[in-house]
Ligand binder design. Sequence first.
Ligand SMILES: *Cc1c(COP(=O)(O)O)cnc(C)c1O
Length: 343
Amino acid sequence: MNGIIENYKEFIDIGDANPISMGEGSTPLLNSNFLSKKIGADVFIKVEGCNPSGSFKDRGMVVAVCMALHRKKRVLVCASTGNTSASASAYAAKFGLVSAIIVPNGNIAKGKLSQAMAFGAKIIAINGSFDDALNIVRKLEDYDEIEIVNSINPYRIEGQKSAAFEILDDIGEIDSLCIPVGNAGNITAYWKGFKEYNSKFGFKLPKMYGFQAEGASPIVKNEIIENPETIATAIRIGNPASWDKANEAVTYSDGAIKAVSDEEIIDSYVNLARHDGVFCEPASAAGIAGLIKYSKNYKFDGQKIVCVVTGNGLKDPSTSEKHASSKIFEVNSNLDDVLKIIN
Ligand SMILES: *Cc1c(COP(=O)(O)O)cnc(C)c1O
């Protein structure tokens, strides 16, 4: 199966490195009946949980690892709220590299940590935040054998922009994109992708709408948040690495970056599963929460809109246990009792 490097080789420059793939990209773009009706628009969701390790991070990771192999690196290192480490350790396992991941102790969703453990990563849990972890990683830049695969790695952005290409290839030009924002690498990547297809094929540029969680909304507040707090751990970021580029994307596209509350995130997370059959992790629902909350402000009705749903719900089973719409009926094992519940 071709991955994004082969599919978009015209746009992703890997020089004379060998393309690699774990089948990332080519994710479903589904029309959402429930959101389309609610907003009065044509709303699609890009289901990035269908990537090999369950999040969009694989799109960037495959290019970063491709180049790391080409440069004879031995170790992949990243700071991570979870999905970058799950992705890095999967590619490391497949392509014979060591992965070392630096995570904030106790703040990683269970599913993501179990992935890194399964893939054999060296897991280093620090007593600090994601931002502390990233500060340590930045200091490893000068070590020859080490490739840093956080989104400060430019190849990550190059790979992640492929999602914008896929959208335009699938449904043509769109009016707006709604996307969760943590470190702001992904919104930066989509913007780059849209701009490249605009120059090459003339597709118009969509308005870019990024959404942060209220307790972790440095870009909205225009200040670093020392202790970011949100149930959406993948976007619990107080000092985004691609802060300026995210601002550039929304300014040039006439979009915005806004905040949504944890309640609004959970509400969208539950409803997406309940009405569209798509189970995502909480952070992934921030774009949908934003679409709903700011629908009037930005006149989303009548538009063709894509919401990026960034990661798989299985990554964070504790949240679904707490908030899911179903409960478990405990009954005796006989037909009558079972029928009572079914009816
Ligand atoms: C990494 C991640 C985000 C945030 O993306 P950024 O590029 O950091 O803005 C959102 N959702 C999920 C599931 C993620 O893994």
